[in-house]
Design a protein around this ligand. Structure first.
Ligand SMILES: [Zn+2]
Ligand SMILES: [Zn+2]
Length: 336
């Protein structure tokens, strides 16, 4: 049982949720940014403050909180520009798959959020992936009633669909999505397409895992000539290429899924230049999007339970990850 030092918290984990990133760590043996194995892992969690270290005034035992999995330094050039996800000294917190987690001072001060009253732990834990999705949308220059294709119906792709279809244009005030978008979801798995349809995708298309599907998908767009925004949420170079080939003139490609290290994709220079295509990539989340994610979860406008396929005790973590690998589970709630 860790004992919190000055400024630290001890979190009793109420629920942790598994994530595609955890599966990557499990399969690839590490992560380029977040951790170095061997280490405890798991990074989507909510729970109760069990003890506080000396000098902690903001929190007391019994407080229900969610702790974000990163904490920016607050003083570097990137932090000063509000781009904390690129902080030159971003600290990560892993170890959600445990009964208790020691929350370092920087996280206790900057990355711990009080839970809205009745939001359950397993829903609050989803603030992390949702914050990443909100960050991705914020920098994707969406206008009202855009044509959007989402490649990948995993938890991230489905969160994109849920937000695009169900968060009204005025939530939050400066956040552009409105529910007049035309949304196409592409995935090889029929159950995931079904889930996307239920969330509000206008068209769902079963695609080949090896890609080469862009021209077929463009025909399903509202205008028939491609999309205003193409979002890639699979982390595979084949889907990156399809996303790049799916936008109309003036369109934006959001390459959201992190591919394995060392992979590359070719670019059609002619299309990119003469059709003025914007290519973007989003990484991680920022404190502002984390807070918005919590607010949005508390609003009840989204359908986060769709993502929670099963619930298992800590001892069955490996089985939970294997069920994700077989694509039987989207996310599993781990209840220590
Ligand atoms: Zn995650
Ligand atoms: Zn910084």
């Amino acid at each position: 049982m860790p004992v919190p030092g000055p400024g630290e918290l001890l979190l009793r984990v109420g629920a942790a949720t598994t994530c595609g990133t955890d599966l990557k760590v499990f399969q690839r043996g590490g992560h380029p940014r977040m951790l170095k194995a061997p280490t405890p892992f798991g990074h989507e969690m909510a729970g109760t403050v069990a003890a506080v270290g000396e000098g902690v005034e903001r929190w007391r035992p019994g407080d229900r909180v969610v702790v974000a999995n990163s904490a920016p330094c607050g003083v570097c050039e990137w932090c000063a520009r509000g781009r904390e996800n690129l902080c030159s000294d971003l600290h990560y917190l892993n170890g959600a798959f445990s009964e208790y987690l020691l929350v370092p001072r920087r996280f206790a001060e900057r990355s711990t959020y009080p839970l809205p009253a009745d939001i359950p732990f397993e829903i609050a834990a989803l603030a992390e992936p949702l914050a990443c999705v909100l960050h991705g949308l914020e920098i994707s220059s969406l206008e009202r009633a855009s044509g959007v294709v989402v490649y990948g119906g995993g938890p991230i792709g489905l969160l994109f669909v849920d937000v695009l279809a169900n968060s009204p244009a005025d939530f939050p005030a400066d956040f552009p999505p409105g529910n007049e978008h035309h949304i196409v979801l592409a995935d090889p798995n029929p159950a995931r397409l079904e889930a996307g349809k239920a969330l509000g995708a206008d068209v769902v298309v079963q695609v080949d895992r090896d890609g080469g599907e862009a021209s077929r998908l463009c025909k399903t767009s509202r205008t028939g000539d491609g999309f205003d925004v193409a979002i890639e949420a699979t982390g595979s170079p084949a889907a990156w290429q399809d996303a790049l080939a799916s936008v109309r003139p003036g369109g934006l490609v959001q390459l959201f899924g992190g591919c394995p290290p060392g992979t590359t994709v070719p670019l059609d220079t002619h299309r990119l230049h003469y059709s003025e295509i914007t290519v973007k990539s989003a990484y991680h989340h920022r404190p502002a999007t984390f807070q918005r994610a919590l607010d949005l979860l508390a609003s009840g406008l989204l359908h986060p339970r769709v993502l929670l396929s099963a619930e298992r005790p800590l001892a069955e973590l490996e089985a939970a990850l294997r069920s994700m690998r077989r694509r039987e589970a989207l996310k599993v709630v781990i209840r220590p």
